[in-house]
Ligand binder design. Structure first.
Ligand SMILES: [Zn+2]
Length: 286
């Protein structure tokens, strides 16, 4: 079945083909069509994405400006300086967690490429690519008191469309900043693997099995008949097997997250804004 996105891409392609003989006026249209095509194409490719990405450039620019302000503005009061420093810390924190998340995603790609590629190209029931936004979060910022949680929602007008706070055709995962974060992520990606293409059916199951006061939040996703729970356990096993093979074949252990975080923060405080994201070189929740 053709999805809305497929139709959009097809119609842009058709427009491009129609503009073979172009004059100046049509040239503009042609470029516009190309640009629209590129944007549309990027939208049809679902991806594992870093949940901090959208504000990253803004955070980096703001950090540079505030650091400069602190050095150059000699007229600031003590209170103003403290305020600027507190903002700098918040920005360093944001960028650090972007880097930690980027490293975790990269580690998944290297250690467990099978899982990575399956989720990186996941589609909903109608064949529409769906983005998976991942965030490593400090425990105190966690939306739910679980070390790992995936969030799913649907639109009332389209029961197969996954939506999240990141927009249409997306789901999100939050993982606490803990040393087995990648193992927890693989578990959550198992839930996602099943739920994204079975959203409507799964949410009916969810309402029936979990929307009861006696059901503990930690049990959600793991009723014996829950297919997503089976996928989650299967992805855990696959990840452990992949990790074993990776290390057996000489792969390096990743730097501990806590050490990485300390190093990144130190770099940022020393004014080294660009930090490597490379992993190995150096409202429903489940
Ligand atoms: Zn689970």
């Amino acid at each position: 079945m053709l999805s809305d996105n497929d139709l959009a891409v097809d119609s842009y392609c058709l427009l491009v083909l129609k503009k073979v003989n172009i004059n100046n006026h049509d040239m503009k249209t042609f470029y516009l069509v190309i640009v629209l095509f590129v944007f549309s194409y990027s939208h049809v490719v679902g991806r594992i994405k870093n949940g901090y990405e959208s504000e990253l450039q803004c955070a980096k620019t703001s950090l540079q400006k505030l650091n400069l302000l602190l050095v150059e503005d000699k007229n600031m009061t003590v209170i103003q300086r403290l305020d600027v420093k507190s903002n700098i810390e918040a920005l360093i924190n944001y960028i650090s967690f972007y880097e930690i998340t980027a490293a975790l995603i990269e580690e998944l790609r290297i250690v467990s490429p099978g899982i990575y590629n399956e989720i990186d190209s996941i589609k909903d029931k109608k064949g529409r690519p769906t983005d998976v936004y991942v965030k490593v979060v400090p425990r105190e910022n966690s939306k739910v008191q679980l070390k790992a949680a995936s969030f799913f929602e649907r639109r009332s007008m389209d029961e197969d469309m996954n939506v999240s706070t990141y927009g249409d055709y997306s789901v999100s995962v939050d993982i606490w900043m803990v040393e087995n974060a990648l193992f927890l992520l693989s578990h959550e990606l198992g839930h996602i693997k099943y739920i994204v293409p079975n959203l409507a059916e799964y949410l009916k199951f969810y309402e029936k099995k979990y929307k009861r006061p006696e059901v503990s939040i930690s049990f959600v996703g793991h009723n014996p008949k829950d297919q997503s729970g089976k996928y989650a356990n299967d992805f855990e096993r696959r990840y452990l097997q992949d990790r074993k093979s990776y290390l057996y074949n000489g792969g390096e252990k990743a730097e501990r997250l806590v050490s990485r975080l300390i190093r990144i923060r130190k770099d940022l405080r020393n004014g080294n804004g660009v930090v490597s994201a490379s992993a190995l070189e150096s409202n429903y929740s489940f």
